[in-house]
Design a protein around this ligand. Structure first.
Ligand SMILES: Cc1cc2nc3c(=O)[nH]c(=O)nc-3n(C[C@H](O)[C@H](O)[C@H](O)COP(=O)(O)OP(=O)(O)OC[C@H]3O[C@@H](n4cnc5c(N)ncnc54)[C@H](O)[C@@H]3O)c2cc1C
Length: 385
């Protein structure tokens, strides 16, 4: 082992950002913290829902990753093309980087092309260009059938499509076109936020339906006919649309799928408390992981977990190098704002590791949770950049 250690952080999203900043704070100055991402700018994903309804601009919700250099983090911009987990070595645009510790936080990649016709017909509001496209299309939308679609039952931030439908409904009311717009949410899953339990699921469904949004669970999209404006489902049903906003299928990034770190689920299995991958000194956190829960479904993919997992891994790596601090453990607690429109939000929070099923409570929608979400956005971007 060299006297100077290098921590290699793969990905500059939620998990990578938090791990790199925390490691930098905790490691001796001589040790290197290297963060690699293909993106130049960090994007605060939750605010895409406000961007699509014109309440945010891209400048307001993104920050240059290069700014992390001011904190002493080495930022490498480029495509990670290969991960050798045993050698803890990665190749970035042909350049080799090696670390004594490696944190994989490469998130999920979108695969809209796996559903014929989907990408051409609709707006992927889970991406910045897609949310901008939806915002622009809404400006010219004076009425008709507006459909929100989840293309698969599992996707990151299980609240987001439900929030999107309610924010779009509010947006139509504010523009005084609500009477001319029919809004439907077609979901591949059996109900909203299923892992959070029946109380939360029923509560969110109730909020959606109270806004006269048609809710159609267990509709798995098969293909979309762009020219006809029609979605075909595997159960034989179909739905017509004038404007389509969708959540795309997700999968682990190709470089992860080819690294040997992923299992048959396609994601990286990790120890549920330490986030160790089983390869010495290689950790995985956030959306790229799979953590099975007793109820048979995995821990949902969400920034709140990527954040907490990053703190645990950074603490434990720093402790292994400096001998200082207490060991940390990820305990599966999380929370999620649920924007409902009208300047209000609800809040679901609790313990996802509770046995035999997660224990969560849904706090009623009100102005204070919405205000808390605005504050969270501001503080988050201020704290990490
Ligand atoms: C619309 C929307 C709303 C959301 N709202 C919430 C919310 O309210 N609460 C919540 O907890 N979560 C929310 N989320 C989910 C949250 O954003 C993610 O769970 C979180 O970003 C996961 O962090 P991560 O570090 O695992 O991955 P990411 O943040 O996705 O970061 C992965 C990084 O890896 C980089 N990368 C991938 N492959 C490569 C490669 N080969 N080479 C170089 N770089 C690569 C990517 O560019 C990216 O920057 C929301 C998501 C969306 C889309």
């Amino acid at each position: 082992m060299s006297s100077t250690e290098t921590a290699l952080v793969l990905g500059g999203g939620v998990g990578g950002l938090v791990s790199a900043v925390e490691l930098r704070k905790r490691l001796p100055a001589a040790d290197r913290v290297v963060l690699v991402d293909r993106r130049q700018r960090y994007l605060f994903d939750p605010s895409l829902l406000w961007l699509m309804t014109g309440l945010r601009t891209p400048e307001k919700i993104t920050r240059p990753l290069a700014r992390l250099r001011l904190k002493g983090i080495e930022v490498v911009s480029g495509e990670i093309e290969h991960i050798d987990a045993d050698a803890r070595r990665v190749s970035v645009d042909g350049q080799e980087l090696v670390g004594e510790n490696v944190i994989v936080s490469l998130g999920a990649e979108y695969a809209p092309e796996t559903v014929p016709g989907l990408a051409a017909a609709g707006h992927n509001f889970y991406s910045l260009p897609g949310a901008e496209g939806l915002r622009d299309a809404l400006r010219g939308f004076g009425g008709g059938r507006l459909v929100v679609l989840t293309a698969t039952p599992a996707y990151k931030c299980p609240a987001a499509p439900y929030e999107a439908a309610m924010l779009l409904e509010y947006h139509c009311r504010k523009r005084k076109i609500r009477d001319d717009v029919q809004i439907d949410l077609y979901a591949a899953e059996p109900g909203p936020m299923g892992v959070a339990g029946p109380e939360v699921s029923a509560g969110v469904r109730g909020m959606v339906e109270a806004r006269q949004i048609g809710y159609h669970p267990e509709h798995q999209v098969e293909r979309v006919d762009h020219a006809a404006g029609r979605i075909f489902f595997t159960n034989g049903a179909w739905a017509d649309f004038d404007l389509l906003a969708y959540v795309p299928p997700h999968r682990a990034p190709e470089v992860v799928r080819e690294s040997g770190l992923a299992d048959e689920t396609g994601w990286i299995p990790v120890d549920r408390h330490s986030l160790e991958t089983g390869r010495p000194h290689v950790y995985a956190i956030g959306d790229v992981t799979t953590i099975p829960l007793r109820l048979g479904k995995p821990l949902p993919k969400a920034g709140v977990f990527a954040h907490a997992e990053a703190l645990v891994v950074a603490t434990n790596i720093a402790r292994s190098i400096t001998g200082k601090g207490r060991p940390a453990s990820f305990e599966g607690r999380g929370q999620c704002f649920v924007e409902t429109g009208d300047g209000k939000a609800a809040m679901a929070r609790g313990d996802f590791y509770a046995e035999p099923v997660p224990q969560l409570k849904l706090h009623r929608a009100g102005r204070r949770w919405h205000a808390a979400k605005i504050l969270f956005e501001r503080n988050w971007l201020r704290k990490w950049f």
